[in-house]
Structure formats: structure tokens, C-alpha cells
Design a protein around this ligand. Structure first.
Ligand SMILES: [Zn+2]
Length: 525
């Protein structure tokens, strides 16, 4: 008989060869509603699956409250959040994240983190972190690596290389033909040493260190790379580290990043660094896949060679396309056709910049002036925010829209020169070569990278327009930008014509329309 100590309810006991060996020994308590494996077991044997944690951030009330906020970010996130929520509610999907406790007697309504503490206290348990650590064997039988500075003497045993003789440098008299041993074993200059202790002939350690040893502290050495006296100058590391923002592949989450933290903590304990964590913020970039959607590899023959792309389209097109392909974190397949669109965009920027139209006496109406200020403000804000948040793809999209607007606008020369200067400065971090060249060709002073980042008037951001969320049967299907004082009938007409919305209305009869001025339209069909 087993009693759940948190609820005092009796729980069924099952004996099965199912618990993972790495989990430990003894009995475990299963949580069928919130653990993948327990869920599978409960489904198989028709056990009760009682949900006790509800998805906090995907609750329908919160979705409605924050609809405008969510719209600004990504409508598809909102949609999938609603779908997930409905599936979880229906018991078709498992929820394994933190949330709010439900069906939990006195703990109902608590957030998970808080509940863990309260439940532990009630049952008299203590929170303890479990580490599954093993020793790390760092020696490798290969040439490329930092030599392990140890000398073997028949008299004295293992003797460290004297500090004044560090670092031990890799030899050049090596033969790389395969023998099953490291080339260092057969390098005479490397092997022939004398014992630092007794001076008798001795042998040098021929293993080198795992390169993870180097990557565990390279960011500290980068702060003081030419120091020949010590690992680094503490003051320099204190000035530059910890690393504010780390961008790397997700494959580093379990090894490199963990080892780097170990090294940092040891160096902290030894007084070399004063921080606890080496990296304050981490973002994983996604892989660029081959055109077939598979990981690029020579054997698959789907490798895209950057040099060829640069030769054909230029370096700016190449880098801009990589940034434009999609969100930084996502894996994205290369597309040889899409890159042409980026090349055309840069060609557009080029011809626009060099074609000041002869409209010297043109008078700009108040409305046209407002529109110009609006575009400058909107684009500057968007590109600035997006670059800070690594959303390069949407920054580029905003610059494309801005360029299209400028192509269609008729502006006095003075205004045109001003606004092109804004466009070039916003585009510079993303496409530095073409913008530097244009800056020069336009006869501008100094280098483009010496210029201040564009500023904008926040008041100009309001162009008397609002964005309406358009739903079909309560699900977000699109959004429309309309005049703030638009009539209900007119807004509904525009919403129905929206391509994303009309797709979901096709073949249906609209029974009712809910209109919330300035916010949303919901078609019940
Ligand atoms: Zn010796």
C-alpha cells in the first residue's frame, strides 16, 4: 500500500522493468499527466491520468488579455498556443512545463516553483540537486592539441615541466603517416628531454589535451591574448567579462558551456575572476541546411560553398540572405532562387540612392511630410529594436518596405538626400560594403561607420492608424492596418478581403460578426 504524502491518497503500486537504469534504485512515484514516460505507461495500462499542472501562459484568459501584445510578436505563436492549450485540456497532449497547480487540494492555484517549496515543506522533504558527474579524461592521442606538460623520469617518476619552460610547443619534425600512435611519439625533438629534477635523460608525455580544455577558457584569454607572463591580467578580464551575450550552436549546451562554467568557478575560487557565471545570456543559432532540407555534407552532395555565392552575388547579398532566411534560432534550408530577391533589393537600394530626382521646387504637403516622418520613425524603431534582439530577418523586411515606399514617393531633393542617409545607416550593419560605397559616391563626409545611428521622433510613429486582429471562430487568422476612425462596416469589408482571412471564410456563411473598435473583428461562421 502506498500513500501520496502530499494528499494522503492511496496510489496504485506497479512492478515493472520500465524505470530507466540511470534514474536510480528503489521505488519511484509516477506523474502520468506531466512526464512523457509515465504518460506512456499510464495509457498502456489504463491508469488514471490526473492533470495537476495547467499551462499558465497559454490559458485562454491570458491569451485574450494579451492579444495585442502577442499580435505584435508573432501571430502563429498565439495560434499554436491556443491549439496546444485545447489539446492539453482534452487530454490529447502532455504538458511537462511549469504552470499553475490544479486538482491539488490546498496547493491548487500555486505556481509550480512555489508549489515545489510548499509541498516539500508539508511532507518534510528537503530540496536537493542531483549531479550525475564523472571524471573527465582529457588526454588525446593526436597531434593537434595543447601538450600535457609532464616529463617521465625513470628515477623521479612524473615531473611537471618547469614553469619557465612553458608553454610546451608542438614540434615540426613529425610524420603524419598512420601508425596507430600519435605522431608525437615518434618526434625526436619532442621526446628527447632531460628530467627537470635530476637532469637524467627522460621522456615527454606524448598525449595532448582534449580541445574542450582550450574552449573552456579561451574567452578569458581573448581579453589579454599577448600576455607572456600569466594566464591573463585579472584587471583586463574584470573589465571585459563576464561575456554579455553568447551566440553558439545548441550542440554546445551539454559539454562546452558546462566545462566553461566549471573552469570559471574554479578560477573564481582561486581568485582569478570575480564572477560566478561566464556567460550572461545565450542564444543558439540554427543550422543552414542544404537545399534538400538535410544537414549539409559532402557525402550528400548538398554543400553550398560560400565562396561561389560571394563570387556570383557579392558578400553583402550572401550575408543579407543568410540573415533574411528566417529567425536566428531556426534551422533553415538554403534556397538558390530566394537569394536573387536579396540581390534585387540591394540593386534597388543602389539605384534609389544614386537617383536624386530633379524636383527642386517641389512643395511637400503636410500629409506627405507626415507620411515621410512616419516611415522614417517606424523603420528606424523597427531596425533598432530588431538588431538588438537578433531579429535580423524582420529588420531586413522593414528595410525592404522602406525602400519600396521611397521608390514610390516624390520628395524634394533635400528631403531625399536626408532620407537616403537614414536608409544607408540603418542598412550598414547588415550590408556594410554596398552602403560604404554608396556613402562615398553620394559625396558624404567621413566613413559611414563613423556616423551616428539615426534617431526618430516617437510622436511620428502614430499615423492615425490602428492594427485590427481578425479572427474566424475565435482563432486568429490575420491582421489589417486601417485608419483609426474607420467605420465598422468599412473595417469588416477590408477584413473579409484579407487573403489570410478569406481563406478561412471560404465556403462558410457568416452568422455573426463581433467588432471591437480599434482592437479586433471576430467572424462567427
Ligand atoms: Zn629525474
Amino acid at each position: 500500500k502506498a500513500i501520496n504524502p502530499a494528499t494522503n491518497e492511496e496510489i496504485p503500486v506497479w512492478v515493472a522493468d520500465y524505470v530507466l537504469g540511470s534514474y536510480g534504485t528503489g521505488a519511484i512515484m509516477a506523474v502520468p499527466a506531466h512526464d512523457e514516460r509515465d504518460w506512456g505507461f499510464a495509457k498502456k495500462f489504463n491508469l488514471e491520468i490526473r492533470q495537476v499542472v495547467s499551462p499558465l501562459s497559454a490559458g485562454p484568459v491570458r491569451i485574450y488579455d494579451s492579444i495585442n501584445d502577442a499580435l505584435k510578436k508573432a501571430p502563429q505563436d498565439l495560434e499554436s498556443a491556443i491549439e496546444d492549450y485545447e489539446k492539453i485540456k482534452a487530454g490529447e497532449k502532455i504538458y511537462t512545463q511549469y504552470g499553475i497547480l490544479i486538482n491539488s487540494n490546498s496547493f491548487t492555484g500555486l505556481e509550480s516553483a512555489e508549489a515545489v517549496k510548499k509541498i516539500s515543506k508539508k511532507i518534510g522533504a528537503e530540496l536537493k540537486a542531483q549531479y550525475k558527474l564523472h571524471d573527465w579524461l582529457i588526454s588525446r592521442q593526436r597531434y593537434w592539441g595543447a601538450p600535457i606538460p609532464i616529463i617521465y623520469c625513470e628515477q623521479c617518476g612524473e615531473v611537471p615541466v618547469a614553469e619557465k619552460n612553458l608553454p610546451v610547443v608542438l614540434p615540426e619534425d613529425v610524420d603524419f603517416r598512420p601508425t596507430g600512435e600519435s605522431p608525437l611519439v615518434r618526434s625526436a625533438s619532442f621526446q628527447k628531454v632531460v628530467c627537470p629534477k635530476c637532469g637524467l635523460p627522460a621522456r615527454r608525455e606524448s598525449d595532448t589535451m582534449d580541445t574542450f580544455v582550450d574552449s573552456s577558457w579561451y574567452f578569458l584569454r581573448y581579453c589579454d591574448p599577448h600576455n607572456t607572463q600569466e594566464i591573463f591580467d585579472k584587471k583586463k578580464v574584470a573589465a571585459w567579462c563576464p561575456v554579455t551575450f553568447y551566440v553558439g550552436g545548441a550542440e554546445h549546451a551539454v559539454m562546452h558551456l558546462l566545462y566553461a562554467r566549471f573552469f570559471s568557478k574554479v578560477l573564481r575560487d582561486l581568485g582569478y575572476v570575480s564572477f560566478n557565471e561566464p556567460f550572461l545570456k545565450l542564444r543558439n543559432q540554427g543550422l543552414i541546411l542544404g537545399e534538400d532540407g538535410q544537414k549539409m555534407s559532402k557525402s550528400r552532395g548538398n554543400v553550398v560553398n560560400p565562396d561561389e555565392i560571394v563570387d556570383k552575388f557579392g558578400a553583402d547579398t550572401f550575408r543579407l540572405y543568410e540573415m533574411f532566411m528566417g529567425p536566428l534560432e531556426e534551422a533553415k534550408p538554403w534556397n538558390a532562387t530566394s537569394i536573387i530577391g536579396i540581390r534585387r533589393f540591394l540593386e534597388k537600394v543602389w539605384s534609389l540612392s544614386l537617383s536624386a530626382k530633379p524636383t527642386e521646387n517641389l512643395h511637400l504637403s503636410n500629409e506627405a511630410r507626415d507620411e515621410l516622418s512616419y516611415w522614417v520613425a517606424k523603420t528606424t524603431k523597427k531596425v533598432t529594436d530588431d538588431i538588438v534582439n537578433f531579429r535580423f530577418n524582420t529588420a531586413i523586411a522593414a528595410l525592404m518596405e522602406f525602400t519600396n515606399y521611397l521608390q514610390g514617393a516624390t520628395l524634394p531633393v533635400a528631403e531625399q538626400i536626408k532620407v537616403i542617409s537614414v536608409l544607408l545607416r540603418l542598412l550598414y550593419p547588415l550590408a556594410p560594403h554596398i552602403t560604404s560605397e554608396l556613402w562615398h559616391r553620394l559625396g558624404r563626409q567621413g566613413q559611414i561607420w563613423q556616423q551616428a545611428w539615426p534617431e526618430y521622433d516617437p510622436k511620428a510613429l502614430r499615423l492615425n492608424q490602428v492594427i485590427l486582429a481578425v479572427q474566424v471562430n475565435g482563432k486568429l487568422r490575420g491582421q489589417i492596418t486601417v485608419k483609426a476612425d474607420i467605420s465598422e462596416a468599412e473595417a469588416i469589408k477590408i477584413a473579409q478581403a484579407n487573403i489570410d482571412v478569406s481563406r478561412h471564410l471560404a465556403g462558410k456563411t457568416i452568422k455573426r460578426t463581433i467588432y471591437v473598435a480599434g482592437k479586433l473583428i471576430n467572424f462567427v461562421a
